[in-house]
Ligand binder design. Structure first.
Ligand SMILES: Cc1cc2nc3c(=O)[nH]c(=O)nc-3n(C[C@H](O)[C@H](O)[C@H](O)COP(=O)(O)OP(=O)(O)OC[C@H]3O[C@@H](n4cnc5c(N)ncnc54)[C@H](O)[C@@H]3O)c2cc1C
Length: 394
């Protein structure tokens, strides 16, 4: 559908992104799924095509394009139908590197962000730990200052790009050792860790889906990094996480919406070609109505996402809107995958069918980056308390 947010330049950009993905991704993505990661060369190709730094500054080689270019890219990554691929790129460009862009020193930006934008270095974001997911009060990985280095010990889990990354944006506790076990998200800092550093090991996990996103666990045993690798100010990490999470959630929603488009498109094609009774599956009113509902929900959610993107373009990333986009888009993706799998019948229920991959992939997005329940908690807090009611003029 048409939208007033997009200009002719955005449409042209969409066309070029589609061409790039059709040539460089779609023919190879099944193989990457089997190998559980995307090849290093692809990052270089994406960097040279200008796709890894659309919203980053020209000082680090980015394009400084308005955010609707990123909206186009995220939607098109989603429309490939390969959630593992879209997540790997999304984490690199809109999640891990956001911390550097937001608060990194000039030196860190030149060394890591510029290399991420060009595709020379791949990034990962490691916040979650075996015992700290939704509850970041439980972070236990420590970084203790020793001379001009931090010494890191601990474990991270479920890290996308975990074994392929060249550097990790890492959440650590930098409070003194004696108080590091103290409850509370205070004393969290964000550090850059080169993955070549001694004492760091990475192991890929066997996840149910998102196969080529290389979800891994990381272990840090006396890993020493320069103190200058700290992003921004020590002990302010929780604030950076809260700020960067909003872009992460908006990006996750847009990626999921692209995935919904792919899911509906391939299902509609299947239905139109599937002979049934005197006609085709696509002519049965009950399934047409269910598809129409899904298309309508996708359109409504998309416009919520565009509104949040528009707010971002004007300089703010409101927590409520970003949480709503993530919640609605990822939950819709689940529902759409479930219904579309049913419409495919047994033909869909085959290991190699595209709808089976989508079905397997969708649930990760209602967990990663903040589970749906956490999104509902946040939305309730902001919109339903007394101040929220007044502010929103209901
Ligand atoms: C495929 C995949 C990739 C990921 N990639 C990354 C990554 O790159 N980097 C990274 O740091 N992390 C990553 N994660 C981790 C992700 O962010 C966490 O899984 C998420 O924050 C939830 O934490 P948890 O899995 O420990 O679940 P828990 O915190 O143990 O929660 C379990 C469940 O409890 C429910 N729940 C939680 N809180 C509430 C609440 N307040 N009210 C009601 N119910 C609640 C939810 O249903 C939730 O799913 C990834 C996860 C997945 C699945």
């Amino acid at each position: 559908m048409q939208s007033s947010y997009f200009t002719a330049e955005h449409q042209q950009f969409r066309k070029s992104v589609r061409e790039f993905l059709a040539a460089e991704v779609l023919p190879f993505a099944d193989e990457w799924e089997r190998r559980r990661c995307i090849p290093k060369e692809l990052w270089g190709k994406m960097g040279r095509a200008g796709l890894l730094g659309l919203h980053h500054s020209k000082a680090v080689g980015g394009a400084e394009k308005d955010f609707f270019h990123s909206v186009v890219l995220l939607e098109e990554l989603g429309r490939t139908g390969y959630a593992g691929f879209r997540v790997a790129v999304g984490v690199h460009s809109y999640m891990a590197t956001s911390y550097l862009a937001q608060a990194g020193s000039k030196e860190l930006k030149q060394k890591y962000l510029a290399a991420a934008v060009s595709g020379e270095k791949v990034s990962a974001l490691a916040i979650t730990e075996p015992e700290a997911g939704s509850d970041l009060n439980r972070l236990r990985t420590t970084a203790v200052l020793d001379g001009d280095s931090y010494v890191i010990n601990g474990k991270k889990k479920f890290v996308a790009n975990g074994t392929t990354a060249d550097f990790i944006v890492l959440a650590v506790k930098t409070t003194p050792a004696a108080s590091a076990a103290r409850k509370g998200a205070s004393g969290v800092s964000m550090l850059i860790v080169d993955t070549e550093t001694a004492g760091l090991s990475a192991k890929r996990l066997e996840t149910l889906g998102w196969h080529c996103s290389d979800t891994s666990e990381l272990e840090f045993n006396d890993v020493r990094v320069p103190a200058s690798n700290i992003i921004g100010t020590a002990n302010q990490g929780f604030i950076y996480i809260m700020q960067c999470m909003q872009l992460e959630r908006l990006a996750a929603g847009l990626l999921a919406l692209g995935g919904v488009d792919r899911c509906l498109e391939l299902t509609w094609r299947y239905m139109a070609e599937r002979p049934l009774f005197d006609s085709t599956l696509s002519k049965l009113q009950s399934v047409r109505h269910r598809m129409a509902e899904l298309v309508t929900e996708a359109e409504a959610t998309r416009h919520l996402a565009y509104h949040a993107a528009w707010l971002h373009e004007r300089g703010s990333l409101p927590i409520a809107e970003c949480s709503m986009v993530k919640l609605k888009a990822t939950e819709l993706a689940n529902r759409a995958a479930h219904e579309c799998m049913q419409f495919h019948g047994a033909h869909g229920y085959q290991e190699a069918s595209p709808i089976a991959r989508i079905y397997r992939d969708v649930q990760a997005a209602t967990i990663a980056g903040g589970a749906s329940e956490v999104m509902r908690d946040i939305i309730a807090q902001i919109t339903l308390d007394e101040a929220g009611w007044r502010r929103r003029n209901f």
